[in-house]
Design a protein around this ligand. Structure first.
Ligand code: CP
Ligand code: NVA
Length: 309
């Protein structure tokens, strides 16, 4: 049975840690070698329906640095579900390449790609989840604190795809996560229910609130993301208004503990969800997160494509 990474919950707690440790090993190995041969003879198709800087660059580099070949395909190249049925694209790609890395609007598109593929499908962001981002974020937290279990993470903003993957992952890893969103913008209820079940099993804590001050109080890591995710452009005016009290700024951070870290998956919308002084300030670790996308995705590709996960 082919393994896919569509949700971070496709991984067990142990498998998440295995990916993080492998990421650290490969980071060390690649300090001494320009390129490794672990994926020699293998290739991956990157299907992107939405724009990307970090995800595209880090996946293309990760594959190349491990000896494989990336093939980048946009929606205008292949017309996923328009020029050709998703199932047919999945079946064709399965005859040529060893993995599909896909950034889609609907999560359902990923599920369909996986259903008809005989190769691994990796979620490079959908409307529901962004598991590779969350893995990079957990690696970043681990590097800063030396552990994940018991660490405290606050989410301030929209209960979106990045929030979902972090919440599921935090619950699997025994972390405490406080999520502050405006009313009506809480995380997806069925993903929350699933995360709460994991939390009970792993001694994690998930707290949902509508008060950003309550979320940042006692939290060592404070995370925000855009108020308007890709695909929600029509809601820009109403969202800017509703999310205004959730801006991560100096005033909000006066409620945080002394040694907090600021996290953001990027791209940031300066002056909206986060101010320049916070994003560029001494507590910000957003570029460490961005760097870790590369390290963690090398590990995901190595483990998935060589059947070691
Ligand atoms: N964080 C992230 O996924 O960035 P991109 O949209 O630039 O890939
Ligand atoms: N929530 C954002 C993340 C971008 C990396 C979006 O989906 O647009």
């Amino acid at each position: 049975m082919q393994r896919h990474l569509l949700s971070i919950s496709d991984l067990s707690s142990e498998e998440i840690l295995k990916i993080l440790y492998k990421a650290l090993d490969l980071k060390e190995e690649l300090k001494f070698e320009a390129r490794l041969n672990y994926l020699l003879g293998k290739s991956c198709a990157l299907i992107f329906e939405k724009p990307s800087l970090r995800t595209r660059v880090t996946f293309e580099l990760a594959i190349t640095q491990l000896g494989g070949v990336p093939i980048y395909l946009t929606q205008s190249d292949i017309g996923l579900g328009k020029r050709e049925a998703i199932s047919d694209i999945a079946r064709n790609l399965s005859r040529w390449v060893n993995g599909i890395i896909a950034r889609t609007y609907a999560h359902k598109t990923l599920l369909e790609l996986a259903q008809y593929s005989t190769i691994s499908v990796i979620n490079a962001l959908s409307d529901l989840e962004h598991p590779c981002q969350a893995l990079a974020d957990f690696l970043t937290i681990y590097e800063k604190r030396g552990k994940l279990e018991g660490t405290k993470l606050a989410w301030v903003g929209d209960g979106n795809n990045v929030c979902h993957s972090l919440m599921l992952g935090a619950a699997l890893l025994g972390m405490t996560m406080k999520i502050a969103t405006p009313k009506g913008y809480e995380p997806n209820p069925s993903i929350l229910t699933k995360a709460q079940e994991y939390a009970i099993r792993n001694n994690a804590k998930l707290i949902i609130t509508n008060d950003p001050k309550e979320a940042v109080k006692d939290s060592e890591f404070i995370y925000t993301d855009t108020w308007i995710s890709m695909g929600q452009e029509a809601e820009v005016d109403i969202r800017r208004q509703i999310f205004r009290p959730f801006q991560v700024n100096k005033e909000l951070l006066s409620y945080a503990p002394h040694n907090y870290y600021i996290m953001h998956c990027l791209p940031a919308h300066r002056g909206e969800e986060i101010t320049d002084e916070v994003l560029d300030g001494p507590h910000s670790i957003v570029l460490d997160q961005a760097e870790n996308r590369l390290h963690v995705q090398r590990a995901v590709l190595f483990l998935l494509l060589t059947g070691r996960l």
